[in-house]
Write a protein that binds this ligand. Sequence first.
Ligand SMILES: Cc1ncc(C[n+]2csc(CCO)c2C)c(N)n1
Length: 216
Amino acid sequence: MTFMEETLAQVLPIWDRCVEAPFVQEVKKGTLPMEKFKHYMIQDSIYLKYYARVYGKAIYHSSTLKDIQMFYSALCFVTDTESAVRLSYLNRFGLTDSDIEDIEPFPENKNYIDFMMDIADNGDICEMLMAVLPCMLSYNYIFRKIAAEPESKGSIYRDFIEDYANERYVASCRLWSDFADEKCAALSDDRKKKLAAIFEKASLLELDFWNMSYKE
Ligand SMILES: Cc1ncc(C[n+]2csc(CCO)c2C)c(N)n1
């Protein structure tokens, strides 16, 4: 098994709990009240700003052009592709990205942001990868499962679900897993254990984020 295959096997039970989270289940059925989705979108917009900054730090610490291009393409996804659906929802709620600047993150969101920024400040490229990959890969895992269920077909959140379940996104997640394998393959077992622990911690913070969004 590759490093990423082993690491994914370790976190799948956590990602399955994300699939079962009431927020995600109600998105699937389309029964989630728009007010809850609005809070999620606002909190997510705050989160994504910091998420993008981690890529900035990773680009700064990259030593090859290929690495720079990888991180840059993910950064573009956050600021362009992902932004399109997010901005259209914010728009529907009468909000713009600049309104988000004045809103405080909820505690669970702040925890996740602090964790990412700590790794961006003190970690190396592999550690940064482990902090940002669960965000990308878990969404793909969760929403492919959700999109495959007939109940999701008529959901009012179908555009949101599709954004993370489409084939293009699947291909880019595969590319990122391979990239992480390349970067981490030659490391010692001790280092790999530490990296897998960061990946697991980020996955647990993803779960907290879903539960936070349902509660608030
Ligand atoms: C809390 C939270 N976790 C994950 C994502 C999903 N996501 C964020 S950026 C990105 C693309 C990768 O660069 C993806 C899939 C999110 N929106 N919010």
